[in-house]
Design a binder for this molecule. Sequence first.
Ligand SMILES: Cc1cc2nc3c(=O)[nH]c(=O)nc-3n(C[C@H](O)[C@H](O)[C@H](O)COP(=O)(O)OP(=O)(O)OC[C@H]3O[C@@H](n4cnc5c(N)ncnc54)[C@H](O)[C@@H]3O)c2cc1C
Length: 302
Amino acid sequence: MSQSLYEIMKTILPEERIREKELMKNHTTFRIGGEADVLVMPEAQEIPLVLQKAAELQIPVTVIGNGSNLLVGDKGIRGLVLEIGKPADYVEIEGNRLRVGAGTMLGKAAAQAAEAGLGGMEFAAGIPGSMGGAVVMNAGAYGGEIKDILVEAKVITREGKELTLSNEDLDLSYRHSCIPEKEYIVVEATLELQPKDIAEIRERMAELRQQRIEKQPLEYPSAGSTFKRPEGYFAGKLIMDAGLRGYQVGDAQVSEKHCGFVINRGNATAAEVKQLMQDVAEKVYEEYQVTLEPEVKMIGEF
Ligand SMILES: Cc1cc2nc3c(=O)[nH]c(=O)nc-3n(C[C@H](O)[C@H](O)[C@H](O)COP(=O)(O)OP(=O)(O)OC[C@H]3O[C@@H](n4cnc5c(N)ncnc54)[C@H](O)[C@@H]3O)c2cc1C
């Protein structure tokens, strides 16, 4: 099956943007994940044809961005993985607005906004995700979120149709949008920012970068905050108070620096991370009757 899928992809995409039996650990910030049958890196205009071919072959399609919020199973991903990355990496600035390709890293878009004297996305500069993934997750930090700056997003439906959806259409709330349930593929976002002193923007970005370096275990692979913030609590504090700082399953560990992060100490498997997450959620529930919901998306076969 995968052979023919690979051959068919070769008829519509350049070979250097198709990978067969690709280890997903090389496409996630957790550095975890087994093989994808076939992984492709299409440009926006190639996506409808890729989807059409996959549908003809009845092959499941999984969309990823920079893989910074993913736990991919050790047995990998069956079917086709569509990575929205480099081929969809661009920033165009017009007035106070930025048109950002879904494959652009947030840090790059924020840096270009800063250079143009546009403020409002400083909060996003240190989030290691793509523009597309940030819209899907309504990524946020330090009091800001994508919802505050997003005007509209261009998406492609699974039928290959392009739609432009407004901020309201996307139903954005804390780490949520309607995109996963509708199975849209984000190809571009338009952001609206405000003119601001360049030095001030840079200073704020540097300050937030410093806070991340001090508080987050950036020296280890992870997928950021493992659990969503339960209303009225902080996941990291609950986990720490439950006595789980440094708790380990194999090479997966509750970070000693920030208990809200699960880190990969070297060769952690997805099964170990999943087990650790279950143990943590159970213990926190036992102690505080608070349910921890994963923020990290688990995909593929475990
Ligand atoms: C060290 C570290 C710090 C972090 N700090 C923060 C933080 O402060 N705030 C925060 O919100 N997050 C944070 N994160 C988590 C992560 O960076 C964000 O969730 C980010 O928005 C994910 O983007 P991505 O491109 O990596 O998406 P991925 O992880 O690849 O995918 C996430 C989800 O989006 C979907 N998706 C991705 N791209 C597309 C697309 N183009 N079209 C349709 N669906 C798509 C995927 O299917 C998946 O469901 C952090 C992660 C790390 C590792």
